[in-house]
Design a binder for this molecule. Sequence first.
Ligand SMILES: Cc1cc2nc3c(=O)[nH]c(=O)nc-3n(C[C@H](O)[C@H](O)[C@H](O)COP(=O)(O)O)c2cc1C
Length: 177
Amino acid sequence: MTDLIKIMQQRQSCRSFSEKPVEAEKIVSCINAACLAPSACNTQPYHFYIAHAPEAVAVAAEYCKGEKVNKWVGEAKAFVLITQEHAEIPAANSEARKRDYRQYDIGLMIENFCLEATELGLGTCILGVFNEEKLKANFRIPSPKSIALVIAIGYPADSEIRKKHRKPLEEMITYLR
Ligand SMILES: Cc1cc2nc3c(=O)[nH]c(=O)nc-3n(C[C@H](O)[C@H](O)[C@H](O)COP(=O)(O)O)c2cc1C
């Protein structure tokens, strides 16, 4: 197994965190890794809002709790809110300008973030459920921006690596003729 596959196996959504605080520099390392991801026309159409101060973490946790999901987010020691930004695709590339690639770009970079976090011993959980309006209002994120995803971060409460459940590859692949 390659080192890369090992890290991919170890990366798992962490929903139970220890009391150990997360070093701010480690979050920046994860953002550096995230920004190494490819993006359409290299536009990097995202911005990272870090909740690391305890008051900011408490507010972020409050608004990432859903009615039925994410009850555990109060255990996270930091959050990164990712906003989807304008992608300035050059006018010369008129074909690429016809499509919006930003969600792909965000998907690519967020996995880089989580893999680097795993390498640094951190646990992460990508959150797609959160109260966007409350988060934006509380953190004064300009309202034309949308929050695409949030990442909850902390040191995992335990070291167990769960077995991954994925669709069998045979179901996922079609060879073209
Ligand atoms: C876009 C996206 C949104 C997600 N939203 C949530 C969420 O709100 N709450 C949660 O507990 N997990 C969330 N997850 C985590 C997935 O449930 C998880 O990645 C999936 O079940 C596979 O498990 P693994 O990450 O442990 O390999 C989200 C993952 C992605 C990629």
